[in-house]
Design a protein around this ligand. Structure first.
Ligand SMILES: NC(=O)c1ccc[n+]([C@@H]2O[C@H](COP(=O)([O-])OP(=O)(O)OC[C@H]3O[C@@H](n4cnc5c(N)ncnc54)[C@H](OP(=O)(O)O)[C@@H]3O)[C@@H](O)[C@H]2O)c1
Length: 346
């Protein structure tokens, strides 16, 4: 089996996590990560033995590494020349420029949710459309919110055959390491109605009819979704059977809030730190068991999303789809998650 050579373009919040997740697998390897210049993130790449390249091919930019403790192996072009696939983890909206570079280099590419679906014409979520992406040249792993919605809605849709959903996304204002964004003392509604989050689910599962509203609140640790789903007549489900379905769903954690005294996103994140997840990450979507209620055909529930990490294992499954390594999404998910657990010894 040939080991897939993976480049990480942009070694920030998402890039550093994807690099670790690739490093954990036995069917792929990190051949290099990019930085815009020498900074504290380079130190972590050095400790991991990842080669550092510049995000730019401009010799002057590459030379900024010269008087630093970090060796730069070259520009992005040189990294792409030794790669099979690049995971684009640059800040959103750089996709157009970068996609051209990847196509010129003949390298497959995976973008993140900060880019629009129209960039690649294809999006990815492990549970929704793995095979649609099989062998594709380029795609986009949907955002953390869309990934979260897909994890719980796709199995429901698959049971019911149709689904109409309204949800409100209560979004964290900024990531914990981000000092530039807000609000810090306000609630900011997204005035573009409906917000893009719900409809984005339809890029991976067009059959689910979904709309969303979104507000940003002064917290950094998680997003919270308040979801109302209308199931078709004859769905045959109960509150208990929906809970059982999600307990069987990969990358979903269902816990009783009152019984476990885990009634807020702060406690969910504390649990992630307690169980030894690096950076306190939680790849799974967290559903409060006691917040699920099916009344007639209408299902109500809350879920929490760790925005910095739920998309990380999806990137690994996506590489397997693009590189035609594994046809069965559930096999890929199992392989990805077991390798990550072994890597962090959890
Ligand atoms: N953070 C989240 O919660 C989250 C969740 C899901 C999806 N996403 C998406 O993931 C993508 C990355 O977001 P992020 O949160 O990881 O951003 P981030 O923390 O700001 O990291 C972006 C990285 O890109 C690098 N960069 C800057 N200019 C670049 C260029 N021209 N080419 C390549 N890399 C460049 C930066 O490098 P330097 O550090 O060297 O300057 C930085 O490390 C975005 O599309 C975002 O929407 C983010």
């Amino acid at each position: 089996m040939a080991i897939v050579k993976v480049a990480i373009n942009g070694y920030g919040t998402i890039g550093k996590r994807v690099a670790d997740a690739v490093d954990a697998q036995d069917d792929m390897e990190v051949v290099g990560v990019t930085k815009t210049g020498p900074s504290f993130g380079c130190e972590m790449a050095v400790r991991k033995n990842f080669d550092i390249y510049s995000t730019s091919d401009d010799p002057e930019v590459i030379r900024t590494f010269d008087n630093s403790p970090f060796e730069c192996k070259g520009g992005l072009k040189e990294l792409l020349a030794i790669s099979d696939v690049v995971i684009d983890c640059s800040p959103g909206k750089m996709g157009e420029d970068n996609l051209r570079k990847y196509l010129d280099a003949g390298v497959k590419s995976v973008f993140q949710g900060g880019e629009k679906h129209s960039l690649t014409g294809l999006s990815y979520t492990s549970c929704a459309n793995h095979m649609e992406n099989f062998g594709a040249k380029t795609t986009r792993v949907v955002s953390c919110n869309t990934t979260g919605l897909s994890r719980t809605l796709v199995p429901l849709y698959e049971h019911c055959g149709s689904l109409k959903v309204e949800c409100t996304m209560i979004r964290r204002a900024a990531d914990p390491g981000d000092s530039k964004k807000g609000p810090i003392n306000a609630i900011k509604p997204v005035l573009k109605v409906p917000s893009h989050h719900g409809p984005d689910v339809m890029t991976v599962k067009p059959e689910i009819e979904i709309n969303s509203l979104a507000v940003a609140v002064p917290t950094t640790i998680m997003h919270l979704h308040a979801i109302i789903a209308d199931l078709p007549e004859g769905h045959g489900l109960s509150t208990e059977s929906v809970i059982e379905m999600w307990k069987e769903t990969p990358r979903v954690i269902v816990m009783n809030g009152e019984r476990n005294r885990i009634t807020t996103t702060a406690e969910v994140m504390e649990m992630a730190r307690d169980i030894g997840r690096k950076w306190g990450d939680l790849h799974e979507i967290f559903v409060w068991e006691d917040g699920v209620r099916l009344i007639g055909n209408r299902l109500y529930y809350f879920q929490a999303i760790h925005q910095e990490s739920d998309v990380i294992p999806e990137n690994i499954d996506c590489i397997r789809a693009l590189m035609k390594i594994e046809e069965n999404w559930e096999n890929s998910v199992k392989k990805t998650d077991e390798a990550i657990a072994r890597y962090y010894n959890i």
